[in-house]
Design a protein around this ligand. Structure first.
Ligand SMILES: Cc1cc2nc3c(=O)[nH]c(=O)nc-3n(C[C@H](O)[C@H](O)[C@H](O)COP(=O)(O)O)c2cc1C
Length: 173
């Protein structure tokens, strides 16, 4: 599967088999996150891997009871560092660590899919609860998390806005 195929076929996965992830595949996923681009290459991220069953349950509960999170053998939690991120120069975005962590998560979703594994971006969470559970403290903060595992079911294609609605050449419209 090439990158474009992975982009075009990937779907969020909200049901997982309990089967473990082989170490060689897992190593590739960690590398995919590690190699993500970041503003000024500051890499203001930590990747916290949760595989303890009781902790996964607590994470799912702290994510508005999205129980499928705990079905996956592993959950990747990405924390960003407010102070270590590149500071925008007069731009709108003040928290580039969020953008950087989002890119790392997208690397994970695509690399996982290419290996037959499913993921699901999770941003519906109680940040304070998740941070407390994992010991994430200032200047670090939770950005996003995702279960990673073998799909038991794949969500149907949700469709996208047509290109002529979202693409403009030379001028905003
Ligand atoms: C920032 C962000 C937050 C999301 N949070 C959740 C979430 O908390 N729970 C969930 O089930 N899906 C979540 N999603 C997944 C989206 O619902 C999903 O990507 C979208 O509906 C498109 O479906 P697809 O991923 O199958 O293409 C999130 C996606 C993004 C990008």
């Amino acid at each position: 599967m090439n990158v474009l195929e992975a982009i075009l076929t990937r779907r969020s996965v909200r049901a997982y088999k309990p089967d473990p992830i082989p170490p060689d595949i897992w190593a590739d996923l960690l590398k995919a996150m590690q190699q993500a681009p970041s503003a000024s290459n500051r890499q203001p991220w930590k990747f916290i891997i949760v595989d303890d069953p009781a902790l996964k349950e607590k994470l799912a509960d702290a994510s508005f009871s999205q129980k499928f999170i705990a079905q996956a053998p592993r959950v990747v939690v990405i924390a960003g560092n407010r102070l270590d991120a590149w500071r925008g120069k007069g731009g709108f975005v003040q928290h580039w660590e969020i953008v950087d962590c989002a890119i790392a998560m997208d690397h994970l979703t695509l690399a996982a899919w290419e290996r037959g594994l499913g993921t699901c971006w999770i941003a519906a969470y109680d940040a304070a609860k998740v941070e407390e559970l994992l010991g994430i403290r200032e200047p670090w903060h939770l950005v996003v998390l995702s279960p990673v595992g073998w799909p038991a079911e794949v969500s149907p294609y949700r469709g996208r806005k047509p290109l002529d609605e979202i693409v403009a050449y030379n001028k905003f419209r």
